[in-house]
Write a protein that binds this ligand. Structure first.
Ligand SMILES: [Zn+2]
Length: 317
């Protein structure tokens, strides 16, 4: 049996439950995949991670840190499926030797970093204490549609403004924009890493040695690759490769959103290539109908995150 396209044909909103079911299906078809948990959300949902490959070079892809960007979850799941299928059949993966990649790289995929927030936006969470509190938080921001405009975790903390890389500056900038307490978006929290989801990603990253990370967002069809003026070795070349294979623009992060993100912190902490991929175009949440096109545009980046890092490792002086 080969479930090629099992996700692509299931054009459905990706909730926590949908995601966990998809992961179970992947584990069933591809027993060489390993699943574990990086931590739990505010509501106690597990944040899953899939491991594929046995190589020395570690790479990490993550998605849906922002609730209304959940379309990035199936992008990663679909890629895991295609990669695992290529390994199984000994076939190439978008021009790369899948079995060779498997031998040389260990890829960690965290498809759903913000399960509570995603359930809120998709309507899977539409009643109860947490829902009512979120609704109350949102009521103070009538210009942000509810729940469609919700990016934060269920506590109203923006998980991508929680990392210790210019957090104080992010706090200042966001306060000037009116975000000083829990909000559907752009609230940095009381201190860095207070949200359990951000803390889990931080701990997981600290306990590994990732040569490269991709963090998936929507929207804008843009690749951000720098933190301030830091430029890790080969990161520009890899960014340009990503731009070429996707058609996405390669840009420097705008000042107002240029701090306290996961990618920012990764670059600052490790001085290695880290990328925010703003996939798709339109208004968040992008409809699942956009998935096939978004996926098509990103297969080169997802493959390239492994092949490019290997390339520069082997050609390093
Ligand atoms: Zn985002």
């Amino acid at each position: 049996m080969k479930p090629i396209g099992v996700f692509m044909t299931e054009l459905t909103d990706y909730t926590y439950e949908t995601t966990m079911r998809a992961i179970d299906t992947l584990l069933l078809y591809y027993p060489f995949l390993e699943k574990s948990t990086i931590g739990t959300s505010v509501m106690g949902k597990e944040i899953p991670v899939l491991k594929i490959g046995s190589g020395q070079t570690q790479v990490c892809y993550s998605a849906a840190i922002h609730a209304n960007e959940w379309i990035t979850t199936p992008v990663l799941l679909q890629f895991v499926q295609e990669y695992a299928q290529a390994v199984t059949e000994g076939k190439p993966l978008y021009g790369a030797d899948a079995r060779e990649l498997y031998r040389q790289v260990t890829l960690y995929v965290i498809p759903l970093l913000n399960p509570d927030g995603v359930d809120l936006v998709t309507g899977a969470l539409a009643e109860g204490e947490y829902y009512e509190r979120a609704k109350q938080i949102a009521a103070a921001y009538p210009q942000i549609p509810f729940p469609d405009g919700w990016k934060a975790n269920i506590d109203g903390i923006d998980l991508n403004l929680q990392f210790p890389a210019g957090w104080e500056l992010a706090k200042e900038i966001k306060a000037q924009q009116g975000y000083t307490s829990p909000a559907p978006r752009d609230y940095v929290g009381e201190a860095p890493l207070t949200a359990p989801e951000s803390r889990a990603l931080y701990e997981f990253t600290m306990s590994h040695s990732f040569a490269l990370i991709l963090t998936y967002h929507t929207q804008g069809e843009v690749i951000y690759w720098k933190y301030q003026d830091l430029e890790p070795a080969h990161s520009r070349q890899i960014a340009e490769h990503f731009g070429a294979v996707s058609g996405y623009a390669v840009e420097e992060t705008p000042y107002a959103s240029g701090n306290a993100g996961y990618k920012d912190w990764f670059i600052l902490q490790f001085d290695r290539p880290g990328y925010t991929i703003e996939a798709g175009y339109g208004e968040n949440p992008l409809p699942i109908a956009d998935f096939p096109e978004i996926y098509r545009r990103n297969t080169g980046i997802l493959t390239g995150g492994m092949t490019e890092i290997l390339h520069f490792k082997t050609t390093a002086p």
